[in-house]
Ligand binder design. Structure first.
Ligand SMILES: [Zn+2]
Length: 455
């Protein structure tokens, strides 16, 4: 018999003080992976998480991964509880490493002491991803012996360092991690108490572009006019990537509809405040702000080699070089998008300048299957857990391991949830978690695990 929402909510309340205590002890461990993923504090952090999961009824242990170069890698937490052969299997993901604290004086509270102020608790790793660990442990504790699905856990030890050994580790344990549903609890909500599923992540790619117009610099007075200098030529080339509205306009760079449909667009005033865009700036592009940030391509020049202004003199520059960062629609193959971009740049060289492109890197994005039963279950669980209907959202950035995970387990339904919200300041000073948001997250995950049992 499934537990009612009231019963589960009562259990979450009963375990609440212990859960906050767990989060406080986790923050105090200072699990900064940037100080060395194989360091003793990371081992302690992993062991702590394994012990807490075991206490919650899911036997877990610590395994050290191997780096791609063969050296000892991160301390990973793995565990499993099997309840029935015919029950579905759910893999729960979070990470136990945290970002460093380069300057504690920027914090209003001790970053390594979980401190409650109002309805938020502050501390490094309180939300990213201590909140994810607390949600998994809290949900497993609430369900206890009534857990109706098989559960596996993977709590990673080097997410903040780029998950170098994540994929080899998963591949080596492919059978052990095989699951019908994967819950990645490392993302966030629309508002502290308005939950979200993260429905898509854009892909990312980079290339370096060199524009050459002359064999050597020449006098700008004597030759300026028929010959445009390399910097100007590069500027024209960059401008050719956009239409008159400021949308990226490169044939073959794709857009797609907001995954799962747009429930609510972003507030333009909030976006102005969050980004500090100058007064009077008109947002570039077309369509909803959400679509521009989540499901359309974007380009940024993130580096530019040219002569510095100080000490410049009257010559036409012979070459210019810049680095382009491309964000792709979630479902477009990022390598193919980079090929399309490179071909376009070469084909649109202004006035026959020589343009060469060096491709650096490409990682494809990810899109949830919004029509699956599992997505519907998750939305219902979030609505019941938080007491508010979810507003789902995409992410403009990337979480590279999610598409990788999906590639290794193509049949698994991946759900991306998490305790972050717009004021969490993950990775920044004064990181915090919403306590009502955390409680809603715990209840929602318990309800989700219960509803998946019927699949
Ligand atoms: Zn995280």
């Amino acid at each position: 018999m499934a537990l009612s929402r009231t019963q589960l909510s009562g259990r979450v309340d009963a375990g609440w003080d212990d859960l906050l205590d767990l989060l406080a002890r986790k923050v105090a461990l200072r699990s900064v992976s940037a100080e060395g993923i194989a360091g003793p504090n990371m081992r302690r952090s992993a062991q702590f998480v394994a012990d807490e999961l075991t206490k919650a009824g899911l036997p877990a242990r610590v395994e050290q991964s191997t780096n791609p170069d063969g050296t000892p890698g991160a301390f990973e937490v793995v565990g499993e509880k099997h309840v029935a052969d015919d029950a579905p299997t759910v893999l729960l993901y979070a990470h136990h490493d945290v970002q460093p604290v380069p300057d504690a004086s920027q914090w209003k509270t001790d970053p390594w002491k979980l401190t409650t102020v109002g309805d938020r608790a502050f501390g490094r790793g309180s939300v990213d991803d201590g909140g994810g660990i607390a949600i998994h442990v809290g949900a497993l504790t609430a369900l206890g012996e009534d857990l109706p699905v098989n559960v596996k856990v993977f709590i990673e030890g080097e997410e903040e360092m780029g998950s170098e050994s994540f994929i080899p580790f998963i591949q080596a344990h492919q059978k052990a991690f095989d699951a019908d549903v994967i819950v990645v609890c490392d993302s966030g909500n629309w508002r502290p108490t308005t939950p979200s599923l993260t429905t898509s992540l854009r892909g990312a790619a980079e290339c370096d572009v060199t524009v050459r117009v002359l064999g050597h610099p020449v006098h700008s007075g004597q030759y300026g006019g028929p010959i445009l200098d390399a910097n100007t030529s590069a500027a024209l080339l960059i401008a050719s990537l956009y239409n008159e509205h400021g949308s990226v306009d490169v044939p073959g760079l794709l857009s797609q509809p907001v995954v799962g449909g747009l429930q609510q667009d972003l507030d333009p005033d909030q976006l102005r405040e969050d980004t500090s865009v100058v007064p009077g700036y008109e947002f570039a592009g077309e369509g909803s702000l959400a679509s521009r940030l989540w499901v359309k391509p974007s380009l940024a020049v993130i580096g530019f080699d040219a002569h510095p202004v100080d000490g410049s003199f009257n010559v036409l520059a012979d070459t210019a070089r810049f680095r382009l960062s491309l964000r792709t629609a979630p479902s477009q193959d990022a390598g193919q998008a980079l090929d399309v971009l490179a071909d376009y740049l070469v084909a649109n060289a202004p006035f026959g300048a020589q343009v060469s492109v060096e491709k650096i890197d490409a990682g494809t994005g990810w899109a949830m299957d919004p029509d699956s039963d599992v997505a519907a279950d998750a939305e219902k669980a979030l609505a019941d857990g938080y007491g508010t209907a979810p507003i789902n959202q995409g992410q403009g950035g990337s979480i590279p391991f999610i598409p990788e995970l999906q590639k290794i387990f193509p049949k698994a339904k991946v759900l991306v949830t998490g305790p972050e919200d717009p004021v969490s300041a993950a990775h920044s000073p004064n990181e915090s978690i919403s306590l009502p948001g955390l409680k809603g997250g715990v209840l929602a995950e318990a309800l989700l695990l219960q509803s998946l049992a019927n699949k």
